[in-house]
Design a protein around this ligand. Structure first.
Ligand code: SF4
Length: 719
């Protein structure tokens, strides 16, 4: 396509192209980037996940490559309150290294923290985890993926012994007789996925959606269950109750392949559909029809996403749906199973290679002595020198600048000023730091608070790998070099490591290509060299990449992990014969419904929930700058049911305040019968007055650390 919406103009350059993937979500749609005389075009590419489709975000992704807001020089703030000013790389890196040294000298190693992102390539996520543990020797590293998939990850680990979002290829969705989507709205978040769902319905399959809003996805469903936010767990237990009552349990599967069913059976016996209808608002008839649709077909798939997972009981909610899937004998059966729809571009790979507070590469646990020995050997350090586990993202950010928390923070690929729950509090914590360093390619809202901003390369300017929502490792291919003045994240980490160890200054290190190792050992700049090391570090771990090579990825349209042997098969489908648990069986776990962390009351009588819109992505730092996306979704809004609006005296377009105990947002009202009258919704892509996370609750799941983004108590007023 060559119309203005899909191209970015730029100075004349030699024409070339790169077959790569979209920079945004975990569907990782295939695209070709083509550089002609004066522009960079995005052309969709056939790939199994998108089958030639792209959404508007993908079509317009090239616009940021030459965007006027692009950062091309480091920025420094000389003192608190001063403006950021341009600086040389040496000055900026010297300032960061000196700040880290001074902070650790005064307060200890854990006084410096690292915050990563689910959009970083596998190589960068791996290098960032290694940098924290080896160069900084701090236990404090976590990332924004904690706020996306961590509840499903924890539930998957607990039940199956492994966390891979989809344990089967996306194409399996199109073959399911029944597909149950819980808290997922792919029609807006990843539209090309709807091609698979359309296939499924064309073949006569039934699509059932559980969502408090009649979303674009729910409109296409054969059945829509519209529960009160925060009651999905009870709905899942009621579905299992019906299956038990009707005798639909796969008793052979339960006996041969699982443990712990008896306690689950006893627990769900109490979840009478009529009572769950009173609690959730989902009619008994819908509960019964849904259970029947899942239990009486050959192939059924249950998928959860953020709507079910972003709760203080998110792990247990996902567990309830896994219990249902196990009782029906779905996981491991061809064309059936349970899966989670991962959100961020490298949400899957980003959580496998060491960005998480409690993990080492290959999805190893940092508190496992054997794992520490293995990874320490690859890194050339002593296992006892590796720090122990840190704390999850929200706890980490909420401790910044306090008497016991880190005094310095390095942020790579994240914008917590907009994306953190209770964001005003986190913004204030960031302001309390002695040193805030942000590596980004735009001045995000978090970069605006930084003492040092380091301009880094974009997706089309560096090679690497991503792991999509299926656990398929993909190649991200560079179209061109970064612009002058810009370095890759790998080069930044190598240069900082060199300074921290008293090695050669960064001016001797090529900014992108060149020698694989810096003068200090261990921090490679070439992503291919980093990937080779990642393979060794992950070998033998749950997420084993030892047999994955860039050549094999290119030959086979991606490689599914685990893939331990370069000459052996990869693993598109997990659990066919056993589960990676000590006894090879999946584990049921009884879970019970409990109310939201913050119930409604007389002062805050409404439920507030958040989500995404089609034309924006996550904190919006990138997509808000794309003209076509800004035209399509120019600002925040508050969605209200017309009956509620009537009661409040609010008309379409009126500015309203949504007030919680933590703060407020202001945005125009958008009236829609698609939402329950007791619930209001706002998208979370915008900063400032419309920032939805000014309102959200920072209560977290005790297992995953996932904040309760999806429900809190508010009142709504005309502004
Ligand atoms: S944002 Fe997601 S769905 Fe849209 S083009 Fe990119 S990868 Fe595909």
């Amino acid at each position: 396509m060559t119309d203005g919406a899909h191209v970015a103009t730029r100075p004349a350059a030699r024409p070339r192209e790169a077959a790569t993937h979209c920079p945004y979500c975990a569907l990782q749609c295939g695209m070709v980037l083509r550089e002609t005389d004066r522009r960079t075009e995005v052309v969709p590419r056939q790939f199994p996940t998108n089958r030639g489709g792209l959404c508007q975000k993908g079509w317009t992704a090239a616009e940021l490559l030459d965007h006027p807001d692009r950062l091309t020089t480091p920025l420094l703030r000389d003192r608190p309150g001063a403006e950021l000013r341009p600086a040389s790389w040496d000055d900026a890196l010297d300032r960061v290294a000196a700040g880290i040294r001074a902070t650790q000298h005064r307060y200890g190693r854990d006084a410096v923290a690292v915050f990563g992102g689910g959009g970083l390539t596998n190589e960068k996520a791996y290098a960032l985890g290694k940098f924290a543990r080896v160069a900084l020797r701090t236990r404090h590293i976590d990332y924004n993926g904690r706020w996306c998939m961590s509840s499903a990850a924890a539930a998957g680990l607990r039940a199956f012994g492994v966390d891979r979002g989809l344990p089967f290829p996306v194409a399996d969705l199109g073959r399911a007789d029944t597909l149950l989507l819980v808290g997922a709205n792919p029609a807006e978040t990843m539209p090309p996925l709807m091609r698979h769902l359309a296939d499924q319905q064309r073949r006569g399959g039934r699509l059932i959606v559980v969502d408090p809003r009649l979303t674009a996805t729910a409109r296409q469903a054969d059945r829509h269950l519209q529960p009160l936010p925060g009651t999905d767990l009870a709905v899942a237990n009621a579905l299992l109750h019906v299956a038990l009552t009707e005798g639909w349990i796969d008793r052979g599967y339960v006996a041969d392949r699982t443990t712990g069913f008896d306690e689950v059976r006893r627990t769900v016996t109490g979840y009478w559909p009529a009572e769950v209808e009173r609690l959730s608002g989902v009619p008994v008839a819908d509960l019964e029809a849904t259970a029947r649709a899942l239990a009486t077909v050959d192939r059924a798939i249950i998928l959860t996403a953020r709507g079910a997972e972003q709760h203080a009981k998110g792990v247990d909610t996902v567990t309830a749906f896994i219990n249902l899937a196990l009782a029906l004998g779905l996981p491991g059966r061809p064309g059936s199973g349970y899966g989670c729809l991962t959100g961020q571009g490298n949400g899957q790979g980003g959580r496998e290679h060491g960005q998480k507070a409690d993990q080492l590469p290959g999805y190893r646990r940092i508190d496992d002595p054997a794992a520490r020995e293995h990874v320490a050997r690859v890194w050339g350090v002593a296992a006892e020198d590796l720090p122990g586990p840190g704390v999850p993202a929200y706890a980490l950010l909420d401790s910044l600048g306090t008497a016991t928390g880190p005094r310095a923070l390095l942020v790579f690929g994240s914008n917590p000023v907009v994306s953190a729950p209770r964001a005003a509090r986190i913004e204030s914590r960031l302001r309390d730091l002695d040193l805030l360093v942000v590596a980004d390619f735009l001045r995000s809202e978090t970069a605006e608070l930084a003492d040092v901003v380091l301009p880094v390369a974009q997706w089309a300017e560096e090679d690497g790998t991503m792991t999509n929502l299926e656990g398929r490792v993909l190649r991200r291919r560079a179209l061109r070099e970064p612009p002058p003045g810009v370095r890759t994240d790998l080069a930044v980490l190598a240069a900082l490591a060199a300074r921290l160890r008293g090695g050669a200054p960064s001016c001797r290190i090529p900014h992108n290509r060149g020698p694989f190792l810096t003068p200090v050992e261990g921090f490679a700049i070439d992503p291919r060299a980093v990937f080779a090391e990642l393979r060794r570090a992950s070998a033998g771990g749950p997420a084993d990449y030892a047999g994955v090579s860039w050549e094999r990825i290119e030959r086979d349209e991606g490689v599914f992990w685990p893939c331990p042997d370069p000459d052996g098969p990869d693993t598109p489908r997990l659990f066919a014969e056993s589960f990676p648990t000590p006894d090879g069986r999946a584990r049921f776990r009884a879970v019970t419904h409990r109310p939201a962390a913050e119930p409604v009351c007389a002062d805050y009588p409404l439920h507030f929930t958040t989500g995404r819109v089609l034309a924006q992505y996550q904190s919006g730092a990138q997509t808000r700058r794309v003209a076509a996306l800004r035209r399509a979704a120019p600002g925040g809004f508050v969605e209200l049911h017309p009956d509620l609006a009537d009661r409040l005296g609010v008309a379409e377009g009126d500015e309203v305040r949504v007030v919680s105990r933590r703060g407020e947002l202001r945005a125009p009202a958008r009236l829609s019968p698609a939402i329950r009258p007791d619930t209001v919704f706002a998208p979370f892509h915008w900063p400032g007055a419309a920032r939805a996370n000014s309102v959200t609750n920072d209560a977290v799941d005790p297992v995953s650390g996932m904040p309760e983004f999806k429900i809190c108590a508010v009142r709504v007023e005309r502004a």
